[in-house]
Design a binder for this molecule. Sequence first.
Ligand code: UT7
Length: 333
Amino acid sequence: MNNQIYPCITGVAAWLPPDRLTNELLASMVDTSHEWIASRTGIEERRILKDKDLGTSYMASHAVMNLLEKKGMEADEVEVIICATITPDMMFPNTANLICDRIGARKALAFDMLSACAGFLYALETGCNYIRSGRYKKVIVVGADKMSSITDYEDRNSCILFGDAAAAVLLEPSPDEDGIIDTILRCDPVGKDLIYLKAGGSARPASLETVQNKEHFFYQDGKRVFKYAVQGMAAVSQEMMQKHHLTNEDIDYLIPHQANLRIIEATAQMTNIPLEKVTINIQKYGNTTAATIPLCIWEWENDFRKGQNILLAAFGAGFVWGATYLRWAYNPD
Ligand code: UT7
């Protein structure tokens, strides 16, 4: 008899700020155009949390509260909260702790994971291991980023890319063998000089100089990151498919990180998965970093059917990247 505990996603919810930053509006701020942005990235608009006094924990706690409401759960039933983010409200206390405060959860262990655009997959695998251990039965993994807080709106190379959002999933032990089957996570520091936020950490604390040099903003060598992202996402997806003897026909959905429509299309092409099976919402939200994958799960939840094969793939700063293979655990209500 197989005594293994399979973790599965049993619910998903999101929260998006109401304010929209369209390509047209960006074209009035920097030297760019809707045509350039749409054709080079696929993005048409993104959501921005405008209130300067509100951080990632605000969005994440709304996503988690929506999830609890949907599942008819009290905050104190949550045993673990893991927040994937690179834009914590502050260095410490951790954002997950601030989420607990906002939602009134007093019995959870809570911590953050900082793995950029692959953050949700890293946090999901960690959350799954709490369930697999047999000691925890209700784990929330939330991906949330207020990317507007680290974006230089005078730099046309980067300000067009990002949006703010939060989305959360509930993990529970599966009653059968549907659920999260496997995850492959990778790291290669070859990317450390290609995509980073230079200052504000212990190696380069904030100073007048770091502020004047705009070192508290996101930086990337977009062209080089693009090539690594395509190769990394496609290779890890193919590895996962081979490992589980899955052909492209066996995959019902590919849920890729949403950084650039061209990266998504290239990943789909290299894995031979037709675009009809690929979740794409980058046109509405841009790159929301740790939130992109749970945001897709949330938007496609009603299309998924129990037992369907779903592949998640992400690539981000570090580089860190990975893929998760899951069999969806429930039908729509
Ligand atoms: O999520 C984490 C991982 N990150 C990624 O996966 C992002 C990967 N990279 C990308 O998505 C793309 O590289 C970008 C969307 C960031 C840039 O697209 P690109 O096709 O690589 O453009 P580029 O940086 O090579 O720039 C091409 C041209 C340049 O002009 P010249 O030198 O050819 O005259 C840029 O100055 O486009 C210019 N350009 C723009 N023009 C209008 C760059 N940004 C803009 C802009 N509007 N916003």
